[in-house]
Structure formats: structure tokens, C-alpha cells
Design a protein around this ligand. Sequence first.
Ligand code: SF4
Length: 248
Amino acid sequence: MTTSEPIDIAPAASEAALRLIVAECFGVEVPTFQGEGPSGGHPALFIRLSRCNLTCTKCDTKYTWDWSQFDLRKESTKRTAGDLLAWATSSPVELVVITGGEPLLQQARLVPLIQGLLAAGKRVEFETNGTLPPVPELVVDGVRFNVSPKIASFGIDEVKSVVPAALEAFAASGRAAFKFVASSVADLDHIAELADTHRLAPVWVMPEGTTADAITATTRVLADAVAARHWYFTTRLHVMAFADARGR
Ligand code: SF4
């Protein structure tokens, strides 16, 4: 059985409490790309926050939330916004991806970091599961949300993973792309229902797979049906390029 721990997402009062729980940062010392979605192939820096509010069976970052398999105290560190800002601005790369886990669990504490990144000329993308509506301070120029609602075939109860009010807040923001992981044409039918019900656009589809061979195979299963719906299609460039290397 997998478990995730609830964390305090209330606005913090002291500087110590303002620290973010971080799993890893990468892209400065060893350059890399955004591997997925609308900015796929763009040079990018990554700040991966720890903890998640879901427990997807097919999750490939369980080291951010699964206490039954990982000691999250060893898998994460607490870092200040100033520390993370100094790290990101040491690189000329413009795009900073804030991912997880579920990064918006810590969104109140993220606001100073995002404001600092934007002031430094960076642009920011959040990779979010779409269950938590963004605070207004994050819905600003220079920020995009790659919203990835997890469907049942990814190993999660959609009662938990599909939150209508949150999805509608992202859709209304005008700053969201909806990126669904799919493994079959039947998944695409279900994604169409969700997109229609919650008025989600644009829809991006990403083939499930954690190896280049699996991604290639699923891409071929899905491609015609994605094209027929006039949706966008993305690969997982980091898997194709770097296999399962962590921190790439
Ligand atoms: S929402 Fe994302 S990070 Fe959280 S358990 Fe699911 S796949 Fe993993």
C-alpha cells in the first residue's frame, strides 16, 4: 500500500517556515530540456518540490511522496526562496519549471520565489495535477500551468484526481494547457468526456511510458486518434534522450 502525508499549505509566518520542501533541482550544473508539453525541447531549469496529494500507482516520482518506499526526510531538503532564486539566476536559461510531486501544495510559500524569478526575466511553468486552484498571485504574465489531470488508467481514483472547481479555475485563467497521459484509444474517449464536461482547452496528449520503447509503442497506438481529434501531441523527450536518469 502506498501512502502520502498531508502537509501544511497555510501561508507561513516566519522566514524558517517559508522554506520550501524540495526534492531536487537540476538544469544548471548539467543542462537539460523541458521534456513535455507546449515548451517541449526548450532549455529549462527544474525545481522539483516534494510531497503530493495523490497516490498514482504509475507515478514515476514516488520519492516525492511515498513514505512506504522512501524516507522523505532523506529525499528532500528545505530551502529558502532566496537560495532557489540564486541557483536559478546563476544560469542564463529563461524557462524555470516548477514540478513535483504536486507543487501547488506549497503555493503560498512559492509566491516570493515566482515573483523573484519573473523580476529576473525568467518565465515559469508549473507541472500540476490540477486538483488545487492557483492563488491569484501566481496567475500572472510569465507563468503557465501545464495541468495534468490523472485519469483512472494511471492508477488513481478520479473522485480524488478530478476536481471540477480546480479544473475550471485553471481553464478560466487563460494560462493553462491540459496535458493528459494516455495509454489507449479508450483513454482518449474518456479524456474527450472530461474536456467537454469541464471545458478544458487546449488538450495535449502524452503517451504513457518510462522507456523509449514503451513511449514509441504507445505513440503509434495513439497518434491517428489524437490527430483525428485535432488535439496536440507531445512525447517525453527526457526519457527518449536520457532514459531513466534522475535529475535530467
Ligand atoms: S499526481 Fe503526479 S506526482 Fe502525484 S502521485 Fe500522481 S503522478 Fe505522482
